[in-house]
Design a binder for this molecule. Structure first.
Ligand code: GRF
Length: 202
């Protein structure tokens, strides 16, 4: 299945997906890596990996979010994408794009949703004193970090953790979880994939 990746930064989750997709047995082929930031390290990584890349700079569209998303949608269609993985894509999407890709767009979020949607999840987990933290792969809907959960991974919060230490522990699980969740998603019956709750990495 042709799958596109949207990112804005470092691209370590994109790397995990790209590496997984090198295995001919993996059900996704990465058909495009697209960034809203032309200088995103993740975009350069994808170029080095020999994949098709596009930069569609949101700054060139001013306040016109719709025009930016139309350009993204056109690029996704042109690449023949059948599903999209958000991997550190740091702009909120409008209903135009979430509706266009409803049931076909995945996101990874660095917390065990529905706890800690939004930013600074590791700091907030430490403040809240939770003993388990982790990450979630979910289908993208209109609401930020909402949408049916496809898989989750948990890590312990250790006594002397800093936000950075916790983030690194979670990130390792993200890199394991995202390819697993994508494979699971692509090989399940779409009607039952969401909420199948089958995917737990502990
Ligand atoms: C990850 O923590 C991901 O969960 C969040 O943004 C970060 C992206 O990191 N959505 P990377 O660009 O994949 O390295």
């Amino acid at each position: 299945t042709p799958v596109a990746i949207l990112l804005s930064g470092r691209g370590s989750n994109a790397t995990a997906l790209i590496d997984a997709a090198r295995d001919p047995a993996f059900p996704a082929r990465i058909c495009l890596v697209l960034s809203n930031k032309p200088d995103a390290p993740g975009l350069e990584m994808a170029r080095q990996a020999g994949l098709p890349t596009r930069a569609i700079d949101h700054r060139l569209f001013g306040k016109d979010r719709a025009a930016h998303e139309h350009a993204i949608h056109a690029a996704l269609e042109e690449a023949g994408a059948k599903a999209v993985c958000l991997a550190g894509y740091m702009r909120l999407l409008t209903p135009y794009l979430t509706n266009a890709w409803a049931g076909r767009m995945l996101n990874i979020h660095p917390s065990i949703l529905p706890s800690f949607p939004g930013l600074h999840t590791h700091e907030r987990a430490l403040e809240a004193g939770v003993r388990l933290h982790g990450c979630t792969v979910h289908l993208v809907t209109e609401g930020m970090d909402e949408g049916p959960i496809l898989g989750q991974a948990a890590v312990p919060v250790l006594p002397d953790d800093t936000a950075d230490m916790l983030a690194a522990r979670v990130l390792r699980q993200e890199h394991a979880l995202y390819p697993l969740a994508l494979r699971h998603f692509l090989t399940q019956n779409p009607a039952t994939a969401a909420n199948s709750a089958a995917l737990v990495v502990a």
